[in-house]
Design a protein around this ligand. Sequence first.
Ligand code: ZN
Length: 204
Amino acid sequence: MHDLTEGVRRFKRDIFPPRAELFAHLAGHHRPATLFIGCSDARVVPELICASEPGELFVIRTAGNLVPAHTPVRADGVAASIEYAVAVLGVSGIVVCGHSACGAMTALAEGHDLTGTPAVADWLRHADTARARAATPSTGGTDPVDALIRTNVFTQLANLATHPSVARGLAAGTVTLHGWVYDIATGGVEELDPATGRGNALAA
Ligand code: ZN
């Protein structure tokens, strides 16, 4: 905790003052343009990757950047955050960002024993479709973890589209979906092409 306290001190002393005007504006305005759904992994920091300022990204981070499909029975925190971002804040772009060396995808791709972490095992079922797709011969030849990381992004984009607020936005043309993969070692970001499944460097 000492590190965090020191961090707060530095924020107050060095980072806040040059942005005081921005924060004063943000105190009364919340209109982010993008909903960014990434992994909880400590190495994947949306604001840093996108060089974005406070107020620009509405962020949801879950283990494995998983988005449970819509269920009419019981909405969870992820569903509520998606709905709020789209229906209330009016985000126009939604990014689902996977990343290299993802612990969740590695556990699934390598079949790790998750009996000691039942909540994790249960949560990762939201990647079952990705796992099934990644196991097909068409993805053969590539690293199984890497293949699952990519396939999982497409699966979560499909899950995202089942949420009524997102479906309405897609039908009206007011929302666009994007699948990204971030590489921790190089800092590179690829945008995945739904037609080919391949990634194209977002900013060469
Ligand atoms: Zn991860």
